[in-house]
Design a binder for this molecule. Structure first.
Ligand code: FES
Ligand SMILES: [Fe+2]
Length: 349
C-alpha cells in the first residue's frame, strides 16, 4: 500500500512565501516548483524538465511561463510546452505535470492526486479564523526531521503535555487526568478537562484572571495532515464544561503538516484566539508556543533517530495510545479506499 494519501489538500507553504520567484518544495516525495502568476493566482508544476530533468526552479519566469535554465524549453502554468529552441514543432506529448492549488487561512494548499477530484470547497477551514471577534497570530514553518505521522501522533495526544510542556502548556500534576476519544466521520477527536487548576503559563499573559480555572483541550485530527487543538480556560465553577463559555479564553492552535518524505515534514502552525490582537501579547504568545513546539520537535527527532536504528522494533501499546491507533487506522482506510477506487473496473461476463 502506498505510504501517502493522494486525493487530499496538503498544506504547501505560507501564502506570503509565494511570489514572482521560482521556489522548490517537496510534498510526499515529489518536487514541485511554485510561483505566483501576474494575476495573483499560484501555479505549481513538477520541478523536472522533461528533456534532461533539470529542475525548472533553476530556470526563469517569462511572463507566467517557465523557461528551463538548461536549453530554454518553455512551459506554461498548465505544464504545456510552448517552445523548444531550435525546432519549429512542439509535440503535444512533451509536458510537465501541473498541480491544483488553492489558498486559505494564510496557507497554500496543493492537491497531489487526481486533478478532476480537486474540490476547493473541501480545503480545511476554521470559521473563527475569518470571524472579527477573533484574532490570530501566524507562527512558523518548523522543519521537523521526523515522520509526519509521528508528529500527528503528538498532535492527538494530550498525555504528553504534562511531561513535555511543563513550562508552557501544562503542569506536571495533571498527568493522570483521563483522556477521552471519539472517531467521527471526518476526524478523530481526543479531549480532556482539567478542572479547578491554575492557568497554564502561556495563558497568564493573555487572560486577566487570577483564580483557578476549568481547562479544556480538544484535539481534532483530520487525516492526513491537519490538526486543530481547541484549548481554553474559564473561571472554575462557571459551567464551562456544560457549555457556558461567557468569560473564557479560547485558542485554536492549527497545525498544517507538510509531509516531505518518510523522515521529515514541515509543521506550519498558527493560533486563532478570542482576544483582540495586541502586539505585546501576540509576541509573548508566539514566544511561548515556539518554546512548546520546539519541545515537541526535540522529542520527535530523537524518536526518529531511534526508529532508524531499531528497525522492526515492536513498540509497546498502552492505554493512552487509543487516539493514535484510531488516527492511523483512519488514514490507512482512506489510502486503501483511494487505491481501490483507482483500480479499473472490469466486468466479468
Ligand atoms: S533540460 Fe530543460 S530544456 Fe534541456
Ligand atoms: Fe506537544
Amino acid at each position: 500500500m502506498s505510504k501517502y494519501l493522494r486525493n487530499t489538500w496538503y498544506p504547501l507553504t505560507w501564502s506570503s512565501n509565494v511570489d514572482r520567484s521560482l521556489k522548490r518544495h517537496t510534498v510526499i516525495e515529489e518536487d514541485i516548483v511554485v510561483y505566483r502568476k501576474t494575476d495573483g493566482e499560484i501555479a505549481a508544476l513538477s520541478d523536472a524538465c522533461p528533456h534532461r530533468l533539470a529542475p525548472l526552479s533553476i530556470g526563469r519566469l517569462v511572463g507566467d511561463s517557465i523557461e528551463c535554465g538548461y536549453h530554454g524549453m518553455t512551459f506554461n502554468c498548465s505544464g504545456t510546452c510552448e517552445k523548444i529552441p531550435g525546432q519549429r514543432r512542439v509535440p503535444d506529448s512533451i509536458k510537465v505535470k501541473s498541480y491544483p492549488v488553492t489558498e486559505n487561512m494564510g496557507m497554500v494548499w496543493i492537491w497531489m492526486g487526481d486533478p478532476a477530484k480537486a474540490d476547493k470547497s473541501k480545503v480545511f477551514d476554521l470559521k473563527e479564523f475569518h470571524d472579527p471577534n477573533y484574532s490570530y497570530v501566524l507562527g512558523d514553518a518548523l522543519v521537523v526531521d521526523a515522520n509526519y505521522l509521528n508528529l500527528a501522533d503528538n498532535l492527538c495526544d494530550p498525555s504528553h503535555v504534562a511531561f513535555v510542556h511543563q513550562s508552557t502548556l501544562s503542569n506536571k500534576e495533571h498527568g493522570e487526568v483521563p483522556v477521552h476519544y471519539e472517531r467521527l466521520e471526518d476526524r478523530v477527536v481526543t479531549w480532556r478537562w482539567i478542572n479547578d487548576s491554575p492557568l497554564i503559563p502561556v495563558f497568564k499573559d493573555q487572560f486577566d484572571y487570577e483564580g483557578n480555572v476549568d481547562r479544556w483541550h480538544y484535539y481534532h485530527y483530520f487525516a492526513p495532515s491537519v490538526a486543530m487543538i481547541d484549548f481554553g480556560s474559564a473561571p472554575t465553577g462557571t459551567g464551562a464544561e456544560q457549555g457556558n463559555r461567557d468569560h473564557c479564553i479560547q485558542m485554536f492552535a492549527c497545525h498544517f503538516i507538510t509531509p516531505i518524505d518518510e523522515r521529515s515534514c514541515i509543521q506550519h502552525w498558527l493560533c486563532v484566539k478570542n482576544i483582540p490582537s495586541d502586539p505585546e501579547k501576540n509576541a509573548k504568545l508566539l514566544a511561548g508556543l515556539r518554546i512548546a513546539f520546539d519541545e515537541d520537535k526535540t522529542v520527535l527527532q530523537a524518536i526518529q533517530k531511534n526508529e532508524d536504528k531499531l528497525v522492526g522494533f515492536k513498540k509497546a501499546r498502552i492505554a493512552i495510545d487509543v487516539s493514535n491507533i484510531k488516527m492511523r487506522q483512519m488514514l490507512d482506510e482512506m489510502i486503501e479506499e483511494e487505491q481501490l477506487e483507482s483500480i479499473p473496473f472490469t466486468e466479468v461476463v
